[in-house]
Design a protein around this ligand. Structure first.
Ligand SMILES: Nc1ncnc2c1ncn2[C@@H]1O[C@H](COP(=O)(O)OP(=O)(O)OP(=O)(O)O)[C@@H](O)[C@H]1O
Ligand SMILES: [Mg+2]
Length: 348
């Protein structure tokens, strides 16, 4: 399992949106993915269509060691599990203040499950507190979503310092792998200046022994796209909400890039075929996408004729599956209970 902490203490930069849609694309391509809501705002839980009020437990119980990890995760979509959160999580930090080893509770809780998933993506809260430390201690990689505006680099150094500290003291495996530019508008010169600054900064780190020496800006950026902002209120991923929009196209490509780096010997084409045969009983179009660096830079952020422009684009067909369908047990070969935990699920 590759565990990826999606991390930036700055608020509203695209962490949750990235977790939901990268995870959904990976899951639709056949990878077994678990996403962890480590933010008391519970936006990840809500985005996947679940009301935090109805959740009795989730990440809070795992962190307070009152429940097993696998008992608390829920199957939300084919191949996609969620450790949900609710507002209780806000109390976890103070409750754990005197617990020895409190930074590594999540890592230990997930130890038994490492071979059951291909990916674990952790949606961190916009802070560098105990919840985020637990996420970093449990992770292999850090993905930093970043909105390239003039304040973007403020706090970036602090974030990297924290990663370095965790790398030195708690988790020597932890490295920053990717910076993902979100809400990107290639027409704005400031955007490109910020991007150049980050590129230069990361280039300077190459060959050093700091934990971001191999980090790079992903060559696909997430364009500003209104559909991405609308999808959460319907509890849908972008592929369920509007599978041909720019947001879907960008996240699909980002997932392909990440998958190619994490599992270079398991090409996505193979996984896609398996996934769609198994889940939907229909043939798939193998992925042919190979994103060009900066290929999006000249494209406007919102385009009225978006669907038309993209009609030849999508390399992977991702069929919409609504929470309603799930509740009706409408998913082939999947448990019909929307709130089923993996302890009852023979597939995990
Ligand atoms: N590419 C995009 N284009 C337009 N809107 C976007 C895009 N990405 C995210 N958004 C919207 O911007 C807002 C912030 O995004 P998101 O919730 O993913 O950020 P976050 O970093 O998780 O925030 P927080 O720090 O509060 O957890 C949300 O309303 C989301 O729908
Ligand atoms: Mg969030």
């Amino acid at each position: 399992m590759r565990t990826i902490a999606v991390l930036n203490q700055k608020g509203g930069v695209g962490k949750t949106t990235s977790v939901v849609n990268i995870a959904a694309a990976l899951a639709a391509s056949g990878s077994r993915v678990v996403v962890l809501d480590f933010d008391p705002q519970a936006h990840l839980t809500i985005h996947l269509g679940l009301e935090p009020q109805i959740i009795e437990s989730g990440s809070y119980k795992v962190l307070t060691q009152s429940a097993e990890f696998e008992q608390q995760i829920m199957l939300m979509r084919p191949n996609l599990w969620l450790l949900p959160a609710n507002i209780n999580l806000v109390g976890a930090e103070s409750e754990l203040v005197s617990v020895v080893g409190r930074e590594t509770i999540l890592r230990e809780a997930m130890l038994q499950s490492r071979d059951k998933f291909d990916y674990c993506l952790i949606d961190c809260s916009p802070s560098l507190g105990l919840l985020t430390l637990n996420a970093m201690a449990a992770s292999d990689d850090v993905l930093i979503p970043l909105q390239p505006h003039f304040l973007a680099l403020r706090g970036f150094g602090k974030l990297l310092q924290t990663v370095e500290l965790v790398n030195k003291r708690i988790n020597p495996n932890l490295t920053v792998k990717w910076v993902l530019l979100c809400m990107f508008d290639g027409r704005a010169s400031l955007t490109n200046e910020v991007k150049d600054d980050i590129e230069q900064f990361l280039k300077n780190a190459q060959g050093t022994d700091c934990p971001w020496s191999e980090a790079h800006i992903l060559p696909v950026h997430i364009r500003r796209n209104i559909k991405l902002a609308e999808a959460p209120s319907y509890g849908k991923t972008i592929f369920e909400y509007e599978e041909n929009c720019h947001g879907a196209e960008d996240y699909r490509k980002v997932a392909e890039l990440i998958h190619a780096q994490c599992y270079p010997s398991a090409p996505a084409e193979t996984l896609q075929t398996v996934a769609f045969d198994e889940i939907q009983g229909q043939p798939t179009t193998p992925s042919t996408a190979s994103p060009e660096p900066d290929s999006q830079a000249e494209q406007p952020d919102t385009q009225p004729a978006e669907a038309d422009e993209n009609q030849n684009q999508p390399p992977i067909e991702i069929k919409s599956i609504s929470p309603d369908q799930q509740q009706q047990g409408d998913l082939d070969e999947q448990p019909s209970e929307f709130t089923q935990t993996t302890s009852e699920n023979p597939n995990i």
